[in-house]
Design a protein around this ligand. Structure first.
Ligand code: ADP
Ligand code: MG
Length: 561
């Protein structure tokens, strides 16, 4: 079958240009990316075999192989994993399917300058394409497990790639990099050096659960020795904490999250006893851009006795912790465990409760031990964590304890509810808040006038979920959460000399006007009354204590209700 030439998508072309001309200093990471893909492919094949979806495929010796040819200046990473069909190669390799990469390109367009672009590579990584940082030609040969025909993909990264169906291809995938000419100035980047390759694998991929073997160089007699396994393959979550460095944890995080940045926090948990499991969870340092979209893939990886079972296992953490990444390895589940079984399993529910509490207590610890990291955490994940105030009554107090809010007290520094309560004035009948689109919009509202005049602190809530949780929660430590825009507000009128008699005199005086206004505004209002909540504005619109707020009304209207 003849080979056909195709053009890269515009986005893919931009990305490749960037890789080819990259001055990103840490080029070593290309190997991590190729090994990571190979490892994923092996996981997928073993899973298919477990489910009897890959009959006739030999899964007895699944492994990754690295093959160096010094003379030809090539480096090949080979796996006997699931492989790709012809269509999959066109979809997965020829286009930019990965959402992280799409985000990367978007930021790239906004950045423009080359130095910034290199910083972005460090933040996002771009998987397979990173090979073009070190190679001037890349060839991928692959055959999908169970299929007979293979596919060869080749590109110099310059706008086109060729595709060809091949008859003879081992099952799995091999990626061959034709390395750029040796840089005599910089021995550090000599990827034909076995020593260099060993070092990179050890540093970035030691925990990979499949053997990564270095194919020995043929000796003078053409005889080659035993392949050397470069990684320890030890599951990090099963090793004692003091034996594992932070760097090792971070590499695992990068492998499973496809994030190239360090995580904000690493959380370990070992449960012994009747239902034994180990968990290694990570809180990313940045919220993904699609965290609030419907299709966001949530969940951590589930392993059973060291065997990868599934990505995105939603059953292990509640939806409001969907940003947490990591691995849970359970000893007492069946390898055939399905989603349906997980949903009903009592042990899984207990595990979920325990993991949830552990994440929340970790955030609590951050508040006191690492306030800066806590601030980052809350900025990135506060809006999603607050969903738990509505959906998880069991952990409501724990979430309230780690929540913080913008407040009128200080333009920069948010406050916790506990601190707000400490500062409450004598006789103040609740925790005042106002919801709105932005701090500025709220501060300009007439509802705020009296509070400002009296120096009463108001929490400024600007996340969409705020409308919902304040109602669900109702009170904190016996103090009612009160909207400044709802119902009657009593900020202690006596100090103004407006005692009962004075109020009565005023309502008599204005009874005529109020009646006239109520009549003329007709259907639009329920009542017109005198108020002490304004100091500058002549009038404002107030909801009844149990009415929907304007923002909620908008929300429901938008949802078509
Ligand atoms: P990511 O790994 O983040 O999805 P990559 O650019 O590294 O992005 O890879 C793109 C896709 O190509 C992978 O998701 C996978 O489906 C496919 N792929 C890459 N390498 C292999 C491989 N060795 N075996 C099977 N599929 C692969
Ligand atoms: Mg990848």
């Amino acid at each position: 079958m003849p080979s056909e030439t195709f053009e890269f998508q515009v986005e893919a072309r931009q990305l490749l240009q960037l890789m080819i001309h990259s001055v990103y200093s840490n080029k070593d990471v290309f190997l991590r990316e190729l090994v990571s893909n190979a490892s994923d492919a092996l996981d997928k094949l073993r899973l298919a075999a477990l489910r009897d979806e890959a009959p006739d495929v030999d899964v007895t010796d699944l492994h990754i192989e690295i093959d160096i040819d010094k003379e030809a200046r090539t480096l090949t990473v080979r796996d006997n994993g699931i492989g790709m069909s012809y269509d999959e190669v066109t979809q997965l390799i020829g286009t930019i399917a990965n959402s992280g990469t799409a985000k990367f390109l978007q930021e790239l367009r906004e950045t423009k300058d080359a130095a910034g672009a290199d910083g972005l590579i460090g933040q996002f990584g771009v998987g397979f394409y990173s090979g073009f940082m070190v190679a001037d030609e890349v060839t991928l040969v692959t055959r999908r497990a169970g299929e007979t025909q293979g596919t060869r993909w080749t590109s110099r990264g310059e706008g086109t790639y060729t595709l060809e169906k091949v008859d003879e291809a081992p099952q799995g995938t091999s990626v061959t990099l034709h390395l750029k000419p040796a840089d005599s100035e910089n021995q550090l980047h000599d990827y034909t050096s076995a020593w260099k390759v060993k070092e990179i694998v050890k540093r970035y991929s030691d925990f990979i659960t499949w053997p990564i073997r270095l194919v020995p160089e043929a000796g003078d007699d053409g005889d080659s020795g035993e392949a050397e396994t470069l990684n320890s393959m030890k599951a990090l979550w099963a090793r004692p904490r003091d034996e594992v460095s932070d760097d090792e944890y971070h590499e695992l995080y990068k492998h499973i999250s496809h994030d190239w940045r360090e995580p904000l926090e690493t959380i370990r948990l070992q449960a012994e006893g009747a239902f034994e499991y180990q968990a290694l969870l990570f809180v990313p340092a940045h919220a993904p851009h699609d965290l609030f979209t419907q299709g966001y893939q949530r969940g951590v990886q589930l392993y059973v006795k060291r065997v990868f079972i599934m990505d995105d296992c939603e059953e292990l953490l509640p939806p409001y912790l969907r940003f947490v990444k990591g691995v849970v390895d359970a000893q007492d589940l069946s390898l055939n465990v399905s989603r349906e079984i997980l949903q009903q399993d009592r042990h899984i529910r207990m595990m979920r409760r325990r993991l949830t509490k552990k994440v929340l207590s970790t955030v609590k610890d951050l508040m006191s031990s690492a306030p800066e990291r806590y601030t980052t955490f809350w900025r990135e994940f506060g809006p999603v964590l607050k969903e738990g105030l509505v959906t998880d009554s069991e952990n409501r107090d724990a979430i309230l304890a780690v929540a913080s809010f913008a407040s009128t007290r200080d333009a920069e520094e948010p406050t916790t509810l506990a601190k707000y309560v400490e500062r409450m004035k004598d006789g103040q009948d609740g925790i005042y808040f106002m919801t709105g689109e932005s701090r500025q919009a709220i501060e300009n509202s007439p509802h705020m006038e009296a509070f400002r005049a009296k120096g009463v602190e108001v929490l400024l809530l600007t996340d969409p979920v705020d409308e919902v949780w304040v109602d669900a929660v109702g009170e904190y430590e016996g103090k009612r959460l009160r909207s400044v825009a709802k119902g009657e507000i009593d900020l202690g009128g006596e100090e103004d000399g407006k005692d009962g008699a004075e109020k009565e005199r005023q309502s008599e005086e204005y009874a005529g006007l109020l009646g006239w206004m109520t009549e003329h505004l007709g259907e639009d209002v329920k009542e017109v009354r005198l108020s002490s909540r304004l100091t500058v504005s002549p009038a404002c619109v107030v909801s009844d204590a149990h009415d929907l707020t304007p923002a909620l009304e908008n929300m429901y209207r938008a949802m078509g209700q």
